[in-house]
Design a protein around this ligand. Structure first.
Ligand code: FAD
Ligand code: NAG
Ligand code: NAG
Ligand code: NAG
Ligand code: NAG
Ligand code: NAG
Ligand code: NAG
Ligand code: NAG
Ligand code: NAG
Length: 595
């Protein structure tokens, strides 16, 4: 089987054509001065590349460390997503030993490919809640970050399409919540899995309360049980690269996309310019020994992600001055908040033995070959789906004796993803994935060497706030109640190891400590704060405090509050809004700009 897959990979990579705007390596690009230099061709970076190059007078360069997404089969087939971790398309980061995990080290995937993490993620598409964004607006003092103000950007990002099985989806979503002419293809499951999916919604109706049916979790009020929505619209992964860097966009003569090139530092520009960037020089290394300097005349924009953006800034002398000195880097700008307040969602798996032996397509080579043929010819079948079909969002009870870390009553504390047969196990089983989406714990990203090619030191500090442990226990108890519903009779047998039998708080804590992982949602290492604040990294317009001509546009700027959901939709709206801010700032000043 793996031979077929490899064969297809080789075949499709031959088809990849050399578009003029796409440079495979550093030596292919001769031009060295641009209006905007975007560092990182990931989720946010490709949105900016598209939107800024809409202005014909802007010369735009985006530099990506990883290779092209084209022809990468695992980045196209939705159900192959998990194969992209620990691959050439992953930076392969790890965390420091986690205290609550008795020193366990976790792998910490990040996309290393055009489209960044949107090319390797699990494709769940959730906007988050009204309260999440209204809190950003409140703590930054910029009402432009509120839910209502950002709604036009959600609309600009989303292109909702019908599932590929052609079923009638009335009652599975609210069409008035969605956009049908944006960029990223979003859909409901492309194929249902019965009786599992029917049981989920029968149990929701039977139990009510925390589990009551919610027609559409993307309307700003996610609580309850809802149908899943994902960026697998049309049966194929829709990443920022496939959606925002289409062949047509890559054909623009003012857009340049440089692949397989890593940025190590930004430095003082040698071009004298009245309103040009203070740090307008970008140091780039090819995959060989090649290195070059690129110049920005208007702005350098960092879109290297929650880990990559602070990493580059530290090596440029920006960050906590004392910490930089201690690793032998000469400080240029003292910004003590950089790399602090890292916020991520812990992840747990709870297994239940089941009667139904539903075929696990990924574990059976014959089934997999058939499914791949079906996917290849019609974008239908099991491979066209993301891992789950439904989602339950819930809150800790109101009487819980903790300061509420959530943004408010519309924001969940936990997310449950009921699913079947996800991993090979001896016995048929159901699994509930649990993500704790309003965490109070805060971690850090730092460096321990002055070599920019060394990995950064990543500490998400999971479960260092006791309320996060309480939320995990509450989530586990809720999924037990959910699978105990009458609707599951004849399907679920009983909870399986390793959580089976863990009843007391102490027993649950031991299970949580031994098994927790990341949901891969780190944010906030370059947090926004009000314009006059003496903490924070960027102003609400995403300009780095105290440095002219430098912006950060990616997941790292989320105010030290992650949205209570999967974060890609939030990154898309941050990038869409940032593109408008940048165009506005330079409007009329771009030679030949078509405003
Ligand atoms: C395994 C996984 C599963 C996930 N699942 C989901 C999900 O189901 N739903 C969801 O909403 N979110 C999910 N996420 C999170 C979501 O995908 C990310 O939060 C989001 O894509 C981050 O966007 P970004 O623009 O901040 O960074 P990225 O998309 O990561 O982009 C950063 C880019 O910068 C490049 N870069 C970094 N450093 C350098 C450098 N020095 N020089 C040049 N280039 C550089 C990187 O290669 C990358 O392409 C998942 C993430 C992962 C990793
Ligand atoms: C990540 O690890 C995999 C497996 O070891 C390896 O093949 C890949 O090249 C690594 N990724 C990068 C960007 O080095
Ligand atoms: C889909 O189902 C709804 C309600 O059951 C019905 O009103 C509608 O006409 C159906 N649409 C199509 C295209 O059949
Ligand atoms: C660099 O990457 C390009 C494009 O993938 C490849 O053709 C080239 O062989 C690589 N060079 C080295 C030295 O690895
Ligand atoms: C982390 O965020 C909090 C809340 O906004 C803020 O008060 C604090 O100063 C931040 N920490 C750092 C080191 O910037
Ligand atoms: C997918 O379809 C194309 C076009 O019909 C064909 O060339 C290719 O071999 C198919 N791949 C697989 C794995 O079926
Ligand atoms: C809190 O309320 C829940 C029901 O919502 C109840 O089961 C629990 O016992 C209460 N806890 C306390 C400490 O009152
Ligand atoms: C720096 O941190 C990395 C990653 O945590 C670790 O592997 C390495 O040993 C550390 N190096 C030093 C010099 O402390
Ligand atoms: C309802 C359900 O669980 N659907 C899918 C969840 O993900 C696994 C995939 O890996 C599928 O096997 C299930 O059918």
């Amino acid at each position: 089987m793996s031979r077929t897959v490899t064969g297809l990979l080789i075949l499709t990579s031959f088809i990849t054509s050399g578009l003029c705007a796409l440079y495979q390596q550093l030596c292919d690009l001769t031009q060295s001065q641009f209006d905007f230099v975007i560092v990182g061709g990931g989720t946010a970076g490709t949105v900016l590349a598209n939107r800024l190059s809409e202005v014909k007078g802007f010369q735009v360069l985006v530099i990506e460390a990883g290779p092209s997404n084209e022809g990468v089969l695992d980045a196209q087939v939705p159900l192959f997503a998990s194969k992209l971790r620990n691959s050439p398309y992953d930076w392969n980061f790890t965390t420091t030993p986690q205290k609550f995990g008795n020193g366990r080290i976790l792998s910490y995937a990040r996309g290393h490919i055009l489209g960044g993490s949107s090319s390797i993620n699990a494709m769940v598409y959730t906007r988050g809640s009204v309260n999440d964004y209204d809190r950003w607006a409140r703590v930054t003092g910029d009402s432009g970050w509120s839910w209502d103000a950002l709604l036009p950007y959600f609309i600009k990002n989303e292109r909702f399409v019908q599932p590929t099985d052609g079923r009638n989806i009335t009652g599975e979503y609210d069409p008035t919540t969605h956009s049908f002419d944006g960029m990223t293809r979003v859909s409901l499951p492309n194929q249902l899995q019965q009786p599992f999916d029917a049981n989920v919604f029968a149990a929701a109706d039977e139990l009510g309360g925390n589990f009551k049916f919610n027609l559409d979790m993307n309307d700003g009020k996610p609580l309850g049980t809802a149908w899943m929505q994902g960026t697998n619209g049309g049966g194929k992964r829709s990443s920022s690269a496939t959606a925002y860097l289409t062949r047509e966009v890559l054909g623009r003569t003012n857009l340049h996309v440089l692949l397989n090139t890593r940025i190590t530092r930004i430095q003082r520009s040698n071009i004298p310019s009245f309103d040009g960037p203070e740090l307008g020089s970008v140091e780039a290394f090819g995959n060989g020994t090649d290195s070059r300097i690129f110049q920005a005349t208007k702005e350098v924009i960092l879109s290297a992600g929650t880990i990559g953006s602070p990493h580059i800034l530290f090596h440029s002398g920006i960050g906590d001055a004392q910490e930089l000195q201690s690793v032998g880097i000469r400080p240029l700008v003292n910004l003590p908040s950089l790399g602090k307040n890292l916020t991520d969602h812990p992840f747990l798996h709870v297994y239940f033995a089941a009667h139904n032996a539903e075929p696990n397509v990924l574990a059976n080579p014959t089934l997999l070959a058939e499914a791949l043929e079906q996917w290849n010819s019609s974008r239908t079948g099991p491979l066209s789906n993301i891992v789950n079909h439904s989602v339950i969002w819930g809150r800790l009870p109101n009487n819980a004796s903790f300061d509420d870390p959530s943004a408010g009553p519309t924001s969940p504390h936990w997310e449950l993803l009921p699913s079947v047969n996800l991993e090979p196990r001896d016995q048929p089983h159901a699994v509930a994935y649990i993500s704790l989406v309003s965490p109070a714990s805060r971690g850090t990203v730092t460096i321990n060497s002055s070599d920019p090619f060394d990995s950064p030191v990543i500490d998400p500090a999971f479960f260092t706030a006791p309320v996060d442990v309480a939320a995990a226990r509450d989530a586990i108890r809720n999924i037990r109640n959910f699978f105990a519903a009458k609707s599951w009779e004849g399907y679920i047998i009983s909870e399986a190891p390793p959580s089976a039998g863990a009843g007391s708080d102490d027993e649950l804590d031991a299970f949580i400590s031994k098994t927790f992982l990341t949901t891969w949602h780190p944010v906030s290492t370059a947090m926004m704060s009000p314009r006059q604040a003496d903490y924070g990294v960027v102003d609400p317009n995403l300009k780095v405090k105290g440095i002219r001509g430098l912006r950060i546009v990616d997941a790292s700027v989320m105010k030290p509050y992650v949205v209570a959901g999967h974060v890609q939709a939030a990154v898309y709206v941050i990038a869409e809004r940032a593109a408008d801010m940048i165009k506005h700032d330079w409007s009329g000043r771009a030679a030949g700009g078509n405003f």
